[in-house]
Design a binder for this molecule. Structure first.
Ligand code: CP
Length: 305
C-alpha cells in the first residue's frame, strides 16, 4: 500500500510513466472506462477547492469507480473534535483510496500513517500539492515536448504557494532547468526550498522583484495567486495582493512560444485579456489535471490496463 504525499514520493521514471498513461487515457478514454469498477475514492477536503476535488471525483467516475465526498470540514465529525488519524482509519473501512486536503502541513502524512488504504495529498497548508504538480508537468510536456532544458519563471506568492514548492521540486530533477524567482521581498521562496531543493540539485536560479527583467528568456511563466488564507493580517495581504498583474503589454518582450501556467484560482494576477492568447495554458492545465489524477489512481490501486 503506497501513498503520495510529496512529489518526491514518485521517481522521475514513475512521473514519466504517469504522463504516458495520462496521454494514453486522453487518446483512448473508453479503454479505461471500467478500470476501477466497484472501487471507491473518498475525497476528504478540510479546505475549499474547486479543481482538485472535482477533478479527483471526475477522474474516479471516468474510471468506472464511485466517490464518497466530504467537501466541508464543518459537516464532518472533525467539527466535533475527531482527529485526522481517526478519520483516516474510519474512512479506510469505506473507501479503497483517499484524497485529502487540509490546512495543516503534514495532515495527509498523519492520515497515511493511520489509513489502511493509499492516501494522496491534495494540498496541505502552504507546504505541498503533488497532484497539481502532475497537472503542471503534463501541461509542460504537452506544450514543450520535454521537461528538461527549460527556463521557468515563478511569479507572485512563492512563500505560501504550495504548488510552487512542489513544481520546483519536480523540475529540479530534470536536466538543464533554470529557475527565475519573481516576488516581493515578503513573499520570497522559503529558505528551506532554496537550500534543500535548488542548491542541493545545483539548479541555477535568480531572485528578482521585476516581472519584466527576465521575460525574454522565459520558456514557462508560472503565475500564482497571493494566498490570502495564509496571511496573519489583512493589511499585509491588501498591500501585496496586486504585486503582479500580467497584462498583454507585459508580454511584448516574451517569446512567441512562452507557455503561461497558473494553478488557479486566479484573482487579479492574470488579466482576462490574456485568456485568448495562444500562450495561455491555464485552462488546459485544469483538464490535464484530471487525466494525471486518473493515471495516479490507477497506479496506487495497482490497476494495469
Ligand atoms: N489548483 C487548485 O488546487 O485549485 P483548487 O483550490 O480549486 O482545488
Amino acid at each position: 500500500m503506497r501513498s503520495v504525499l510529496d512529489i518526491n514520493d514518485l521517481t522521475v521514471d514513475e512521473i514519466d510513466g504517469l504522463i504516458a498513461v495520462a496521454e494514453d487515457i486522453m487518446s483512448d478514454p473508453d479503454k479505461y472506462a471500467h478500470a476501477c469498477d466497484r472501487k471507491k475514492l473518498a475525497t476528504l477536503f478540510f479546505e475549499p477547492s474547486t479543481r482538485t476535488r472535482l477533478s479527483f471525483e471526475a477522474a474516479m467516475y471516468e474510471l468506472g469507480g464511485h466517490v464518497l465526498s466530504m467537501s466541508d470540514a464543518a459537516s464532518s465529525s472533525a467539527s466535533k473534535g475527531e482527529s485526522v488519524a481517526d478519520t483516516a482509519a474510519v474512512v479506510s473501512s469505506y473507501a479503497d483510496i483517499i484524497a485529502m486536503r487540509h490546512p495543516k502541513e503534514g495532515a495527509p502524512r498523519v492520515a497515511s500513517m493511520h489509513a489502511t488504504v493509499p492516501v494522496i495529498n491534495a494540498g496541505d497548508g502552504g507546504h505541498n500539492h503533488p497532484t497539481q504538480t502532475l497537472a503542471d508537468l503534463l501541461t509542460i510536456h504537452k506544450e514543450k515536448g520535454r521537461l528538461g532544458g527549460l527556463t521557468i519563471g515563478f511569479c507572485g506568492d512563492l512563500k505560501f504557494g504550495r504548488t510552487v514548492h512542489s513544481l520546483i521540486n519536480a523540475m529540479s530533477r530534470y536536466p538543464d532547468v533554470r529557475v527565475i524567482l519573481i516576488s516581493p521581498e515578503e513573499l520570497k521562496l522559503p529558505g528551506y526550498v532554496k537550500k534543500e531543493v535548488l542548491n542541493k540539485n545545483k539548479i541555477p536560479y535568480v531572485e528578482t522583484k521585476d516581472l519584466l527583467e527576465f521575460m525574454p528568456e522565459l520558456d514557462i511563466l508560472y503565475m500564482t495567486r497571493v494566498q490570502r488564507e495564509r496571511f496573519f493580517n489583512e493589511e499585509d495581504y491588501l498591500r501585496l495582493k496586486d504585486s503582479y498583474i500580467l497584462t498583454p503589454d507585459k508580454l511584448k518582450t516574451a517569446k512567441n512560444d512562452l507557455s503561461i501556467l497558473h494553478p488557479l484560482p486566479r484573482v487579479n494576477e492574470i488579466s482576462v485579456a490574456i485568456d485568448k492568447d495562444p500562450r495561455a495554458c491555464y485552462f488546459k492545465q485544469v483538464l490535464y489535471g484530471k487525466y494525471m489524477r486518473m493515471a495516479l489512481i490507477l497506479k496506487l490501486l495497482g490497476v494495469d490496463v
